[in-house]
Design a protein. Structure first.
Length: 341
């Protein structure tokens, strides 16, 4: 190759690389502008103090989904005025939950090559107490009623519960002792009365009892999902009921609300919310007929909240937990709520 040819190749290569860099910068600029651009008619959001401390007036803390400079930040509104102006903490989370002054924030750490994720333990003032690397994409988070125990679930293969080609990892942290169970797959499994061993076993969607020993979760194996009851002291899980996903235990600990796959529903939207009476095993379909891909949160012993797709990505809805009434939108542009106070 002549010197002239080499120079032409070099110039062409630099032009291509320059074009790629320019395109990347423009794309990043467009994303930043989109984040900073408020959407017409969206909720008002201003910066201010946000607390997870118990004893304050009843309020909701959640991930703000409205476009603008405070998108993805934890915000708060009074529980009695959920559509009112929002106060933003500046703390960003993909998934969040809190109870008794303890918060868990599953967060993306943006990298030059790829994103990584971490679980950040928060105190009542949203200050970081500790953080833990996550092996996949955050999907569920829960704090026990006392604030002592924290659980999180990530996807480590696949990115949707709707199909069968996914794998999860669920961890439980004791915030008092610092003991971390990195995966519930370490626990002994009793399925239908028999000890169970299978490589395809997955867990997700933990919900805690008040005693800080027992919990409920989803276990999947052999193409089936099960409600399991776990014992942290004995490190065991035991199956209780089939076709249960993302359980949420009622404050009085008598019922589980969960998403159930129903026959005839679309493959990508297969779930309907149900309630299970733990004493009798009786299931009750809730009045929400749309597919709910979320782990519901109880407002009280009568009502649950959950997310559905909306104009901003997600809106929050409520429905009675006894099958009566009808769904009602609680607030727009919100995800991962905790009801505090």
């Amino acid at each position: 190759m002549t010197l002239r040819s080499k120079l032409l190749v070099l110039i062409a290569t630099l032009a291509v690389l320059g074009g790629v860099a320019t395109a990347s910068l423009l794309h990043a600029s467009d994303r930043a502008a989109e984040k900073d651009r408020p959407q017409a008619g969206g909720p008002a959001v201003t910066a201010g103090p946000v607390s997870l401390a118990p004893g304050a007036a009843r309020r909701i803390v959640f991930r703000n989904m409205a476009w603008g400079p405070h998108r993805d930040e934890l915000v708060t509104v009074p529980a009695g005025a959920p559509a009112g102006p929002r106060t933003s903490s500046g703390v960003t989370c993909l998934r969040f939950h809190a109870a008794a002054g303890t918060g868990i924030c599953l967060r993306a750490e943006r990298g030059a090559v790829q994103d990584t994720y971490r679980a950040v333990l928060l105190d009542a003032g949203l200050k970081e107490r500790a953080h833990y690397p996550l092996p996949g994409i955050p999907t569920r988070a829960r704090v026990s009623p006392s604030g002592r125990l924290v659980a999180w679930t990530v996807f480590v293969g696949g990115d949707s519960y709707a199909g069968s080609d996914f794998s999860t990892r669920t961890a439980v942290l004791d915030t008092r002792s610092g003991a971390l169970t990195e995966s519930l797959e370490e626990f002994r499994v009793v399925k239908d009365g028999t000890e169970h061993h299978a490589a395809d076993t997955n867990f997700w969607g933990v919900t805690f009892s008040r005693d800080d020993v027992h919990f409920y979760a989803t276990m999947a194996t052999g193409g089936q999902t099960y409600l399991v009851r776990g014992d942290l002291a004995r490190r065991t899980v035991t199956t209780l009921h089939r076709n249960v996903e993302c359980p949420s235990l009622s404050p009085d600990e008598t019922r589980i609300v969960y998403k159930k796959r129903v026959a005839g529903a679309p493959a990508d939207a297969p779930w309907r919310p149900y309630a299970l009476d733990l004493a009798t095993g009786r299931e009750t379909a809730l009045a929400e007929t749309r597919s709910v891909d979320d782990q519901a949160v109880w407002l009280d012993d009568r009502t649950v909240a959950y997310s559905l797709p909306g104009d901003y990505g997600a809106d929050l809805y409520t429905v009675p937990a006894d099958g009566s009434g009808r769904p009602a939108r609680l607030l727009t542009a919100g995800l991962a709520p905790a009801f505090l106070g």
